[in-house]
Design a protein around this ligand. Structure first.
Ligand SMILES: [Fe+2]
Ligand SMILES: [Fe+2]
Length: 333
């Protein structure tokens, strides 16, 4: 994921429940302050639960919708090797979605409820997946930059205060690391190829770079509610700090690849010991978040169709489970 720090809405940032049992509240806060984990059976403030359900389900949706842009290239991968790698990666993303739906379910929200929110457009997923994959180079760039940004975002989540989320993230991050490397390696091969292949990589980098920077979410100055998430040990590093780390890590990789990053203001700042960079187009970001991106409708329609086409599988599984149950109670009688 691809979380993009949109998980906390201003109206949710109300003061902590005043009427909750003070003892439970203290225990909850002490656990978090001592870097302990909150588990499903533990008491937790309603707002903490709601924030987590929103963030984890949004993350799960992003993994599942994130399969679509790259899945589009499985049948057109340029070799058997690339096809096998891409299938493995897309399957990993499905797995990430499933771990995360399971983690969110431990908070008392059913998978059906979460999917209903996605399918009716009430739930968000990362906007990066609302852009099209125009060429094979896009697949490499998604691995290198989109998964690279995801890793930067997700590594701090391995230390999230909510146990099931943190544990899911450990495995996810290991797999994301493979995704990033396969993307970089695929681009490296293309950059050693023909001028056309090199131009294709550069074009894909140009189209994805700014969108990847926006993946970290709005600037800290526009994210007043991140503070609450930080106090709760859900968010560890601010959007701007994560974005800066990503840029600092990616600039030398672009040099190795031999591509340029499409930002004339991008340069090393000796004083800050970080790269300076240009202004992100937040209007475009918000327009895409709010449904006006090039592929929003297509992505959602594909997911809804997959859900509807799978109805017979769910029905058959339910009938089978009920039969098993009936047989077991008969045997027990
Ligand atoms: Fe993933
Ligand atoms: Fe990934």
């Amino acid at each position: 994921m691809y979380t993009q720090a949109l998980d906390i809405h201003p109206q949710l940032a109300t003061p902590l429940v005043a009427t909750e049992d003070a003892h439970k509240q203290t225990h909850f806060e002490e656990t978090i302050n001592h870097e302990g984990k909150i588990e499903p059976r533990d008491w937790m403030p309603a707002h903490y639960r709601k924030t987590l359900v929103r963030q984890i389900s949004q993350h799960a949706h992003s993994e599942i919708v994130g399969m679509l842009p790259e899945g589009n290239w499985i049948s057109r991968a340029p070799s058997l090797k690339r096809k096998a790698i891409l299938i493995a990666k897309v399957q990993d993303e499905a797995g990430h979605g499933l771990y995360l739906y399971s983690a969110a379910e431990t908070l008392g929200t059913s998978r059906d409820q979460m999917l209903e929110a996605l399918h009716t457009g009430r739930a968000k997923y990362s906007s990066i997946f609302n852009y099209p994959t125009l060429t094979w180079a896009d697949v490499g760039v998604i691995g290198w930059l989109v998964d690279g940004a995801a890793i930067m975002n997700q590594i701090p989540l391995c230390r999230c205060s909510y146990g099931p989320y943190a544990r899911a993230m450990v495995r996810i991050c290991k797999e994301e690391s493979f995704h990033q490397r396969q993307g970089f390696e695929s681009l490296m091969v293309m950059m050693q190829g023909t001028p056309e292949q090199q131009a294709m990589v550069q074009d894909a980098v140009n189209r994805w770079w700014w969108k990847c920077l926006a993946m970290f979410g709005p600037p800290d100055s526009d994210s007043p509610n991140s503070e609450q998430s930080k106090r709760w040990g859900i968010k560890r590093i601010s959007n701007d700090d994560l974005r800066q780390s990503f840029i600092d890590a990616t600039v030398p990789q672009a040099k190795v690849l031999g591509v340029s990053l499409p930002d004339p203001d991008l340069k090393w700042n000796e004083e800050r010991q970080h790269h300076d960079y240009g202004a992100i187009d937040w209007d475009e970001f918000w327009a895409t978040v709010n449904g006006k991106g090039p592929c929003n409708k297509e992505r959602l329609a594909t997911r809804v169709k997959a859900w509807e086409d799978g109805a017979w599988v769910r029905e058959a599984a339910l009938v089978h489970a009920n039969k098993q149950k009936a047989r077991q109670s008969k045997e027990a009688a």
